[in-house]
Design a protein around this ligand. Structure first.
Ligand code: ARG
Ligand code: ASP
Length: 714
C-alpha cells in the first residue's frame, strides 16, 4: 500500500514540477496559462473561458450576494450555488411551522419561486489592467501622499469610463499595490429561490464533516435570476422575466476518472501566499489559537441550547454555522502549516532570494522587526475582534456606539438612520438575549483573563469570573436599552419598537449612554483603541509598505516562478486534476465518494447524520436512473487539485470541454493551510458531483421540469 502511495506521489510531482500551478494558482481570467492548461488536458481555448467579444464561460459565472459564487445552468437564468451559500435565504423563508431548512423546498413552477429582497448577483463584463493609470505621477511620492494620489487617479479613471447606467466600474489592487485592475460589473437584483434539498442532504454531516474528506454532503441550492422586460437588471417586480444569459453551462453526467483535467471559475475571497516566514509563524502561534479559543467557548454554549430548543436552532442556525466554519478552518490551518513545514519552507525561500539579491535582506529584517513589535497588539486585536463578534451583547453595544458617535457628530440623517434601524431589526430577529448573556459572561471572563492588563480598562479584573459576570449581566439587562430586555423606554425591540425608540433620537442617545452594559463595552473599547489598536494599525501600515516591496522583490528576483495575485474577491480561474491524496502515512484517499457512504454515515434522528426516508428508499431500490456511475452507485462528492478558498463556494468545476461536472464547496482538512501555503501533496478542493445534484433534483425532489431546462451531457 505504502509503495503504491509513493508511486502516486511521484507521478503527481512529476506532473506538477516546473509548472505554473505547482504553487497553486488563482489566475486572472485574462491572463491564463493556456498552454499548461492544454498540456493538462483542456480542450477549449482561453477565449472560450473569457472573452469580451463573444459569449464565453465567464458570462455564466456570477458572484452570489457579495460572497459566494454561482453559475447559470439553463437558458432561463437557472442558478446553481451551494446550500450553505443560499442558507440565509432558505432560513429567511423558514418558520417553526414551515421549516424549509429541515424539509427542503422545491418550487413546482416559476410562479412558485420565492423572492429574496436584497439578494444580488454580479456579472463581470470586462477586466483591464490599469496599473499605469493608477500609479501615474506617483514615482516620487511616499505615504500618505502616495495613497491619496492613487485614490485620486482611480477616481479619475472610473469617472472617465463610459458604461451603461446599470453597470459599474471598480478598480482593485493586486500584488500588494504593485498592479491595478479595473472591472466592469453588472448587478441583477431580482433573485428567487427555486429549490433546496433538506439540510439532511444539503448540510449532511454538518459541522462534524465540515472541512473533511471523505465527504457526503449534497451542498447545493437553486435560484433564478429575473430581469426587466429588456433582459437588463431591474428591481424586484412580479412582472420581471427570467433572465436570458449570453452563455449557460451544459451539465455533464459522464463518469469521472482520476487525472481528468478540471478547472474552477469563481470569486476566491482572500489568500496570503507571499507573506514572510515571521508572519506565518505569528499566525500559527498567536492569532489563530486566540481566535480558536474564543470560538470554542461561544460555540459550546450555543450548541447546548440549540440541540434542545427548535426555535433557538432556527434562529442561530446560520450564525452558528459561520462561526463554526472558521473555527474549524483555523484548527486545520495550524495543523497544516506545521505539517507542511510552512515556516521553514518560507525561511529557506527567503535565504534563496537573498542569495540572488542581497537587498532583500533589509526587507526581511525590517519585516521580522515589525512583526515582532506588532505581536502583542496583534494578539489583543485577535481577542478583541473575536470577543466583540461572538459576545452578541457586545456586538450590539458596538453597533449602538457607532450610531451614538455619528449622532453626536451631527452625521446622522434619515437615510443612515433607516439603514441602522434595518440592521438592528435584522440583528434582533436572530438574537436571544437570555442565551447570549451566557456567552457574553464567559467571553468577558476570557478577555479579562487572557488580555494583558495594559490593554484593559481600569478595574477590569472584576470580570474574571464567568458566574459573577452572568449575574451582573442578568441584573444590568433589566435596565438595558440595548439587550432588548428592558422594561424602560419601551425598547424591547421589534421593528415597531425600534421605530418608536428612534422617533426621539436625543432621548434614545441619552438612554444608551446611561446604559450600564453600554458603558462596560465602551470602556473596553476605548482602552483597546487607545492602547492596542492605534499601535497595531500604525505598525500594520509600515508592514504594508514593506510587504509591497517584498512582493515586488519576489517577482523581480524569482524569475522561474510564475506569480498569481493573492485572492481578493475578484474573478479567477484555478485548474488541476481530479485526484485523491495520501495525507498521512498509510492513509490514502480516493477521489470519489458514493451514496453507499451516505448510508454508512447514517444515524437515525441525529441532527447531523440523519438521512431523509425517501433517499433511503431510492437507495434500497437502487432507483438511480441515469445518475449511477461505473460502480453502479451514485457518485456524491469528489476532490481535485484546484487551488480554492472561501468565496469559491458555489463555483462551477468544469471539464476539459467547459461542461459543468461539479459544484465546489469545501477543501479537505489536511490542506486548509492553502490560503497561506498551498501544498500539492494534500491541498484538495471538494465538489458535489453533478450526478448527485441531478439525481436529487430528479429522483428525490421530483423536479424534472428543472432538469428539462438544462442541457444535460451524457
Ligand atoms: N467549509 C466550507 C466553507 O468554508 C463550508 C461551510 C458551510 N458548512 C458548515 N457546516 N458550516 O465555506
Ligand atoms: N467553503 C468555502 C466557501 O464557502 C470554500 C473553501 O474555503 O474552500 O467559499
Amino acid at each position: 500500500m505504502i509503495k503504491r502511495n509513493i508511486l502516486i506521489a511521484a507521478a503527481f510531482f512529476s506532473f506538477s514540477l516546473g509548472m505554473a500551478q505547482q504553487y497553486g494558482g488563482m489566475w486572472i481570467p485574462t491572463e491564463l496559462n493556456e498552454k499548461e492548461m492544454k498540456d493538462l488536458g483542456m480542450k477549449i481555448s482561453a477565449k472560450d473561458i473569457f472573452s469580451t467579444t463573444k459569449p464565453s464561460i465567464k458570462d455564466a459565472v456570477v458572484q452570489f450576494n457579495g460572497g459566494c459564487t454561482a453559475e447559470i445552468i439553463s437558458p432561463k437564468g437557472l442558478l446553481l450555488t451551494n446550500h450553505h451559500c443560499g442558507y440565509g435565504q432558505i432560513q429567511y423563508h423558514s418558520t417553526v411551522q414551515n421549516d424549509l431548512l429541515s424539509n427542503g423546498f422545491w418550487a413546482k413552477n416559476m410562479s412558485g419561486e420565492l423572492p429574496n429582497p436584497g439578494v444580488t448577483v454580479d456579472f463581470i463584463v470586462d477586466i483591464k489592467e490599469v496599473t499605469a493609470q493608477a500609479l501615474n505621477g506617483t514615482a516620487n511620492l511616499a505615504e500618505p501622499e502616495l495613497s491619496k494620489k492613487i485614490s485620486a487617479n482611480i477616481e479619475a479613471y472610473k469617472a472617465a469610463q463610459k458604461t451603461e447606467p446599470y453597470q459599474s466600474v471598480m478598480v482593485r489592487s493586486m500584488y500588494y499595490g504593485n498592479k491595478y485592475y479595473a472591472y466592469v460589473t453588472e448587478t441583477y437584483k431580482d433573485v428567487r429561490l427555486v429549490g433546496a434539498p433538506p439540510q439532511s442532504i444539503g448540510k449532511f454531516g454538518s459541522d462534524t464533516d465540515n472541512w473533511v474528506w471523505p465527504r457526503h454532503t449534497g451542498d447545493f441550492s437553486m435560484f433564478r435570476i429575473y430581469a426587466g422586460k429588456d433582459n437588463k437588471p431591474a428591481e424586484y417586480s412580479k412582472d420581471n422575466i427570467p433572465y436570458t444569459p449570453k452563455h449557460f453551462l451544459p451539465v455533464s453526467i459522464k463518469d469521472k476518472n482520476e487525472n481528468d483535467f478540471t478547472f474552477v471559475f469563481g470569486f476566491p475571497g482572500r489568500t496570503t501566499e507571499y507573506l514572510p516566514a515571521i508572519a506565518v509563524q505569528k499566525i500559527m502561534t498567536d492569532t489563530d489559537p486566540a481566535r480558536i479559543a474564543v470560538r470554542d467557548v461561544a460555540l459550546k454554549t450555543l450548541d447546548e441550547k440549540m440541540r434542545t430548543d427548535d426555535a433557538t436552532r432556527i434562529k442561530y442556525a446560520s450564525k452558528y454555522a459561520s462561526v463554526a466554519n472558521y473555527w474549524k478552518k483555523w484548527i486545520g490551518e495550524v495543523e497544516g502549516l506545521k505539517k507542511s513545514n510552512a515556516v521553514q519552507k518560507k525561511q529557506k525561500y527567503e535565504a534563496s532570494l537573498i542569495a540572488k539579491n542581497p537587498e532583500i535582506k533589509t526587507t526581511i529584517d525590517g519585516l521580522n522587526k515589525l512583526y515582532n513589535d506588532q505581536a502583542p497588539f496583534a494578539l489583543t486585536n485577535a481577542y478583541y475582534s473575536e470577543v466583540v463578534r461572538n459576545a452578541e451583547t457586545l456586538t450590539l453595544a458596538n453597533l449602538y456606539s457607532g450610531f451614538v458617535t455619528a449622532y453626536e457628530a451631527g452625521k446622522t440623517d434619515e437615510k443612515s438612520t433607516t439603514a441602522f434601524k434595518n440592521r438592528l431589526s435584522a440583528f434582533y430577529k436572530d438574537y436571544s438575549a437570555e442565551l447570549d448573556a451566557k456567552v457574553t459572561a464567559k467571553l468577558l471572563a476570557l478577555y479579562a483573563n487572557k488580555v494583558s492588563s495594559q490593554y484593559l480598562p481600569a478595574g477590569f479584573e472584576k470580570y474574571k469570573n464567568e458566574t459573577q459576570n452572568l449575574q451582573m449581566i442578568e441584573e444590568l439587562s433589566k435596565n438595558s436599552v440595548i439587550t432588548g430586555r428592558s422594561e424602560v423606554n419601551g425598547a424591547s425591540l421589534s421593528s415597531t419598537e425600534i421605530d418608536k425608540a428612534f422617533s426621539n433620537p436625543e432621548k434614545l442617545v441619552k438612554a444608551i449612554k446611561k446604559d450600564d452594559i453600554y458603558q462596560l463595552f465602551t470602556a473596553m473599547k476605548e482602552a483597546y483603541i487607545k492602547n492596542a489598536d492605534a499601535q497595531f494599525t500604525s505598525i500594520q501600515s509600515q508592514i504594508d509598505i514593506l510587504q509591497k516591496k517584498y512582493m515586488a522583490q519576489q517577482m523581480s528576483t524569482d524569475k522561474d516562478r510564475k506569480f498569481f495575485p493573492d485572492a481578493n474577491s475578484t474573478l479567477r480561474v484555478t485548474y488541476g486534476k481530479v485526484k485523491g491524496s495520501t495525507p498521512k502515512d498509510a492513509v490514502s484517499y480516493d477521489y470519489q465518494t458514493h451514496l453507499a457512504g451516505v448510508m454508512e454515515k447514517y444515524i437515525p434522528g441525529d441532527y447531523e447524520f440523519d438521512v431523509p426516508q425517501k433517499l433511503i428508499e431510492l437507495y434500497d431500490k437502487k432507483d438511480f436512473g441515469a445518475y449511477k456511475d461505473k460502480t453502479g452507485d451514485v457518485p456524491v462528492g469528489f476532490t481535485a487539485t484546484n487551488h480554492t478558498t472561501g468565496g469559491n463556494s458555489g463555483s462551477p468545476a468544469l471539464d476539459a470541454q467547459g461542461n459543468l461536472i461539479g459544484l465546489n464547496f469545501d477543501r479537505q482538512w489536511e490542506g486548509t493551510m492553502s490560503d497561506i501555503n498551498y501544498d500539492p501533496r494534500f491541498s484538495r478542493n471538494i465538489m458535489v458531483d453533478t450526478k448527485y445534484i441531478l439525481f436529487i433534483v430528479d429522483k428525490f425532489a421530483d423536479s424534472k421540469w428543472l432538469i428539462n431546462e438544462m442541457k444535460v451531457v451524457k
